[in-house]
Design a protein around this ligand. Structure first.
Ligand code: DX5
Ligand code: ZN
Length: 236
């Protein structure tokens, strides 16, 4: 099942409720909330009070992507604020203990095998297709291979995690990620930067669903053509 998860990082924060609602009207079924502390990544965004405000205006699951130091200390506050999913690279049991769905994140330079052991524990794997920190970056095409590998591992080990992808998803990249096996599509600038979020969401979801209907292709040519994979080594 393909789902669109608009990243509110690219929304107008002064009109957050209306923008989020517009994206949901356009077919989005999850809202992705990027939490950054200026230490784990070089940008500062929002915290539990904004999650609590979003919780009041929207019924869809809130997918909180924590890019913060000492995340364990903040999980109770995000859970209390109404987060439904919480993604980060450790403390999965703590997330589950607070009643949220745990996800693990692999940044561009992290190999899929780094998370082999935790795959049975997670609700979702978030594949970063940009280095975390900012919206509007270029999609790193080598992440397609990771999505494909995760999809194969899930089948061979009979696991149930969902595959989510985040960064640089727009109408030129969405078909490739869907064909590679991604199901939850985070998209920020393509939804909120220009035009109407509702219409943008509708069109992006339509492209994704169209791609899902097409037969799976060999992705090696798409990945071999990648010119922008080199910067995937810039973060641990
Ligand atoms: C980046 C964030 C993303 C970001 C995606 O660190 O995790 O969720 O908002 O934005 P786009 O879709 O513009 O690449
Ligand atoms: Zn994110």
């Amino acid at each position: 099942m393909i789902e669109l998860a608009p990243s509110v990082l690219s929304a107008d924060f002064a009109r957050l409720g209306a923008e989020a609602q517009a994206a949901v009207e356009g077919g989005a079924t999850v809202l992705h909330v990027d939490v950054m502390d200026g230490h784990f990544v070089p940008n500062i965004t929002i915290g539990p009070p904004v999650v609590a405000s979003l919780r009041k205006v929207s019924k869809v699951p809130l997918d909180c992507h924590l890019m913060i130091e000492r995340p364990d200390e903040f999980i109770p506050a995000f859970a209390e604020a109404g987060a439904d999913w919480i993604s980060l690279d450790r403390t999965l049991h703590l997330i589950a203990a607070h009643g949220c769905k745990p996800g693990v994140v692999i940044n561009p330079a992290t190999p899929v095998h780094a998370i082999d052991e935790v795959l049975p524990l997670v609700h979702h794997v978030l594949v970063m297709s940009v280095n975390p920190g900012f919206g509007g970056q270029t999609f790193i095409r080598s992440s397609l291979k990771k999505i494909e590998l995760l999809s194969n591992i899930r089948e061979s080990r009979r696991l149930g995690f969902r595959i989510e992808v985040d960064g640089g998803i727009h109408r030129d990249t969405v078909a490739d990620v869907v064909r590679a096996g991604a199901e939850i599509l985070v998209s920020g600038s393509a939804i909120f930067e220009q035009g109407n979020p509702s219409e943008n969401a509708r069109q992006l979801l339509k492209s994704a669903l169209d791609a899902a209907k097409q037969p799976v292709q060999d992705l090696s040519s798409a990945v071999a053509g990648a010119a922008d994979g080199a910067n995937s080594l810039s973060l641990p």
